[in-house]
Design a protein around this ligand. Structure first.
Ligand code: GAL
Length: 381
């Protein structure tokens, strides 16, 4: 099904600007591979390309990032996110449903799927042991969103996706209307903007769940990535990865990434929170005040020279080091999804915040607008 689309225009442009750079054309996934109807709704694959030749492909199935081609140090392009080559692959029960989508309403875990809001208890669906994870088994990641392409005034491209989540879906109260906008800027940034409103009080914490590998292939582990996280504390959890409510310092622990450190250097450390998570799978409490926009993390792969900077207005970021990956499924270009070959950086409110009054408020009420912006920016060094 895959149609080869060679990115000639970008290659020519780059060749003209940097005659000595090695320009490797790349293959985009064809829109035909996503051309289907699910529950009466059309599935589409959108492609955005910027003036530097960087490309992002997004499908409205789960508001999902499918490909992200970014320039490497040697002038070639690498696809730095996990994904699959067709909608059929995404619907195959053997594939990782959290490969690239927007998860929600509430990203990450809610203890036993229960919370109380304005004195009323709500029971969400349970899909992770005894807990609720990433919005449940019918979360946003599994829905067909309405999508459209937009060309912005500065010539950058966006894909605007909207979804109406009905009252009671997965147990959440209120009819929620959510819009997610992916914009590929000419400064090599993928900007993900979220906006939501509700007709009854609810809780909300959508986030983007892409697995990145800055090698551009899962043939190589993400343990070699050098990571900096601008956070002095984290939220410890129990064995089910539910926060205890404590906010603990990272000082003197393997979770201290305030100085750039290879991910693999301390990943097997004898440190209880890492034993519980089988590696890194924690919420870092970002150094900031309120909803300030701040640089959460910088990720660098020495082999390709690719640098990714994560910027957010959210209070937390989940860094997940791929501890549950087992190589049983195969993504684009035959890439096996092996142990620790993808890393997620999910900008978010804290997991289980609806059950912890000391965590930032996750409640959205009628008349309010939920907003979030996350930027994944790319460069080389
Ligand atoms: C992460 C979560 C992990 C795991 C993963 C999906 O966001 O923190 O524990 O559930 O998603 O496999």
């Amino acid at each position: 099904m895959k149609k080869v689309i060679t990115f000639i225009a970008g290659a020519l442009l780059l060749a003209a600007c940097t005659p000595k750079a090695q320009v490797e054309p790349y293959e985009l996934i064809s829109a035909e591979a996503f051309d289907t109807t699910l529950n009466g709704q059309a599935v589409t694959l959108f492609t955005m390309v910027n003036k530097n030749g960087m490309a992002a492909q997004v499908t409205n199935y789960g508001a999902r990032l499918v490909s992200l081609w970014v320039p490497a140090r040697d002038g070639s392009f690498k696809d730095v996110v996990w994904g699959y080559e067709s909608i059929a692959d995404y619907l195959d029960p053997g594939t990782d449903v959290y490969s690239g989508p927007v998860v929600g309403r509430y990203g990450n875990r809610i203890n036993k799927g229960r919370f109380t809001l304005d004195g009323k208890e709500y029971q969400l669906t349970i899909n992770d042991g005894e807990n609720h994870l990433h919005g449940g088994s019918g979360g946003f990641w599994s829905k067909v969103w309405q999508g459209r392409s937009v060309i912005n005034a500065d010539s950058s491209e966006s894909v605007v996706l909207t979804y109406q989540s009905p009252d009671g879906e997965e147990g959440y109260p209120g009819n929620l209307s959510i819009t997610v906008t992916y914009t590929l800027t000419n400064e090599n940034q993928l900007v993900i903007g979220y906006e939501a409103t509700t007709d009854a009080p609810t809780v909300i914490n959508p986030t983007s769940h892409s697995y990145f590998n800055l090698h551009g292939t899962t043939a190589q582990s993400t343990n070699s990535h050098v990571l900096q996280i601008n956070a002095g504390s984290f939220t410890p959890t129990d064995a089910g990865l539910i926060p205890t409510g404590e906010i603990a310092s990272v000082e003197g622990t393997p979770l201290d990434f305030r100085q750039p450190t290879p991910i693999g250097e301390r990943i097997e450390a004898d440190f209880e929170p890492m034993k519980l998570a089988k590696g890194y799978d924690h919420n870092w409490v970002l150094d900031k005040t309120g909803s300030a926009f701040s640089e959460a993390a910088v990720v660098y792969e020495p082999a390709t020279g690719i640098v990714m900077t994560v910027t957010t207005d959210q209070p937390g970021m989940q860094f997940y080091s791929g501890n549950f990956m087992d190589g049983k499924d195969t993504g684009k270009r035959g890439d096996k999804h092996n142990f620790r070959t993808g890393v997620a950086f999910e900008t978010q409110n804290f997991p289980d915040a609806p059950n912890h009054p000391n965590f930032p408020n996750p409640v959205l009420r009628p008349g309010e607008t939920y907003m979030q912006t996350c930027i994944y920016a790319f460069g080389t060094k």
